[in-house]
Design a protein around this ligand. Structure first.
Ligand code: RP5
Length: 167
């Protein structure tokens, strides 16, 4: 049987999947169970609100919401739950994600959305930010996160050594 999801990943369209997969990959790397759903604030508002309002009751701890263009997904989700919501603005459209960034980050006082960078870097960081939140109450996860940081450091050291050897 699959473990109950701790993180809910919602995206506005299947066209967001390749970007949101970055967040999923991080959760998988840390063995955190997650659920991925496609639901839009504009095209399927009732289903989106139901997903958001029922999440806490299903044991979800954090919601990551990614959407593009006039991206209201993260904000709408945040309005229907008391769980922390992390927003990821999608690239694309005429403004290549700047529209989604502003729509996601400029929340009115009272309903926060922790907004990440546009695109894949933002989705990856959303996954990592979720791990950091969960690690506050999970020592194994906290240790895994420290190891992840130290691996990143070592990788750059290796790359630098290679560069020095070539110059
Ligand atoms: C948003 O509109 C979605 O999140 C997506 O980024 C964008 C375009 O959606 P599609 O027309 O590709 O379905 O709601």
């Amino acid at each position: 049987m699959k473990d109950a999801p701790l993180v809910l990943l919602i995206m506005g369209s299947d066209s967001d999947l390749s970007v949101m997969q970055e967040a999923a990959d991080i959760l998988q790397k840390f063995a955190v169970p997650y659920e991925m759903r496609i639901s839009s604030a504009h095209r399927s508002p009732v289903r989106t609100m139901t997903l958001a309002s029922e999440a806490a009751g299903r044991g979800i701890k954090i919601i990551i919401a990614g959407a593009g263009m006039a991206a209201h997904l993260a904000g709408v989700v945040a309005s229907k739950t008391t769980l922390p919501v992390i927003g990821v603005p999608m690239p694309g459209g005429a403004l290549n994600g700047v529209d989604a960034l502003y729509s996601t980050v400029q929340m009115p006082g009272g309903i926060p959305v922790a907004t990440m960078a546009i695109g894949k870097a933002g989705a990856k960081n959303a996954g990592l930010f979720a791990i950091q939140i969960l690690a506050l109450s999970d020592l194994n996860l906290a240790e895994a996160f420290i190891n992840f940081r130290s691996e990143m450091d070592k990788e750059l050291e290796r790359k630098d050594a290679e560069l020095q050897a070539r110059c």
